[in-house]
Design a protein around this ligand. Sequence first.
Ligand code: IMP
Length: 203
Amino acid sequence: MADQHRIFTESELVLASHNKGKLREIAALFAGRPFTVSSAADHDVPEPDETEDSFAGNALLKAHHTIAATGKPAIADDSGLVVPVLNGAPGIYSARWAGPNRDFIMAMQKVNSSLATTGGTDRRAHFICVLALVWPDGHSELFEGRVEGELVWPPRGDRGFGYDPMFVAAGHDLTFGEMDPQEKLDIGHRADAFAKLVAACFP
Ligand code: IMP
């Protein structure tokens, strides 16, 4: 990633996602800035298939897909749980491990049983969030945020989503499923990536 970042000076930014929660978070982040934030859904842009083999690739793909339809700068994110001893799985397949019914109990069981086949002593994991900010002329900026931790079993807490109930951030005792949601947001991978994005492109 280049040291010299492009500053965002446009009048509108499109979030390449249909997720209302993400749109709210990003709109709050840019509150008071001199540009409007809209979503792919506002422009009737369907979500593309995530066909790339990396977080960055999928984030770029989503942003470029939105720009092709709107002609406006776009921001996209891709995130997931990475378990080094499982060669990075579930990684970019984090959502897909939960199947069409978004069954994260099943996905967490899959992670835990995969860990058992490795001997189960190395339970380190991290969440990653990659943000891609792309301009209509093709210029792109990428930022990666992460939070390190370890996986516990059985899962605990129902305050989060996805793999939260089996993830304990380094230096903490509660799982992300048990933790106060604002505290999770503050120490999480998405906030880390956003902080880097804002510092570089929205100073
Ligand atoms: P996406 O970035 O919306 O495609 O989400 C990828 C998947 O990664 C989600 O469906 C979750 O399974 C997982 N994931 C990403 N961030 C978190 C998190 O903060 N907690 C738990 N699971 C997460």
